[in-house]
Design a protein around this ligand. Structure first.
Ligand SMILES: NC(=O)c1ccc[n+]([C@@H]2O[C@H](COP(=O)([O-])OP(=O)(O)OC[C@H]3O[C@@H](n4cnc5c(N)ncnc54)[C@H](O)[C@@H]3O)[C@@H](O)[C@H]2O)c1
Length: 265
């Protein structure tokens, strides 16, 4: 069992899905967490429901003053930030699933949250980590960043960018003792994948009869994942716990898939 006692963590997008799973795993390893999200009620509910020390924070990663206030709140509460998990992400602008082809809002908003958001939050936290000469940053990318996608070009490009940004940040921050790595999750049944399933009727490549969204998801898992299992938020949290622990102190600039064997890189 990895021990993170005494460590303080910021997790963005912690109100749902993968972010919530990461909070649960890191917290059960002993870390104190600041759970940030643009959905404040969501983070409040989660922090109330978990044991341990959790601080809910309303922060939109596209908004610089929100991000600065989030970092200040973490420093006031914990005195330091050892670990940052850049997890907040979207797959399209509102009602994205009703459009056959992503529009300008989809492209702009997805890049603003998934790429600029990661860079903005890392930039806000890193001066403090540099001072400590210690820090662990984990960026949540995706297997969508490993291969192009005919249906999600606006999203895949952001996740390829997150992998590249991870390499750049790792090189920039290495001399300060800060490790920066990325996780590429495979297929998880979260609100994000529910939106993908809603959109399936627009794609002749992937739609089939009148199966439900969940049945469609399970079929994609069976057809594309060698281990024939969907991934869970805890799967992603477990790798995250390793990457933010001192067991991985010689690993930086890497992107690691948690995808049941779908891709080898
Ligand atoms: N679900 C999957 O299959 C899958 C696969 C690979 C990668 N991912 C990535 O994992 C991460 C989490 O996805 P998820 O599936 O848990 O999705 P989700 O929609 O369940 O959760 C995303 C969370 O991010 C928050 N968020 C969105 N925009 C924000 C912003 N601007 N500022 C702050 N918070 C914001 C949302 O409120 C939500 O709580 C994303 O980066 C996503 O791209 C998901």
């Amino acid at each position: 069992m990895i021990g993170l006692e005494g460590k303080s963590v910021i997790v963005t997008g912690g109100a749902s899905g993968i972010g919530m799973g990461i909070v649960k795993v890191l917290s059960s390893a002993g870390a104190s967490t600041l759970i940030a999200d643009r959905n404040f009620q969501g983070v409040k509910d989660i922090s109330d429901s978990l044991k341990g020390t959790h601080v809910p924070c309303k922060a939109d990663v596209t908004n610089l003053s929100d991000v600065e206030e989030m970092v200040s709140l973490a420093l006031e509460t914990f005195g330091k930030v050892d670990i940052l998990v850049n997890n907040a992400g979207i797959i399209g602008a509102s009602e994205w699933w009703d459009r056959e082809i992503p529009n300008d809002d989809d492209w702009d908003q997805v890049h603003s949250v998934n790429v600029r958001g990661v860079a903005r939050v890392t930039q806000a936290v890193s001066p403090h980590m540099k001072e400590m000469k210690y820090g662990k940053v984990v960026n949540i990318a995706s297997i969508a960043g490993r291969r192009g996608s005919p249906d999600l070009p606006h999203y895949s490009t952001t996740k390829a960018a997150v992998i590249s940004l991870t390499q750049s940040s790792a090189l920039e921050l290495a001399e300060f003792g800060i490790n920066v790595n990325a996780i590429c999750p495979g297929l998880l049944w979260t609100p994000m994948w529910e939106a993908i399933a809603r959109r399936r009727t627009h794609s002749s490549r992937i739609s089939s009869n009148d199966e439900s969204g969940r049945e469609f998801f399970e079929r994609v898992v069976q057809e594309t994942i060698p281990l024939k299992r969907e991934q869970t938020p805890e799967d992603i949290g477990n790798l995250c716990a390793f990457l933010v622990s001192d067991l991985s102190s010689n690993i930086t600039g890497q992107a690691i898939n948690v995808d049941g064997g779908r891709f080898s890189n």
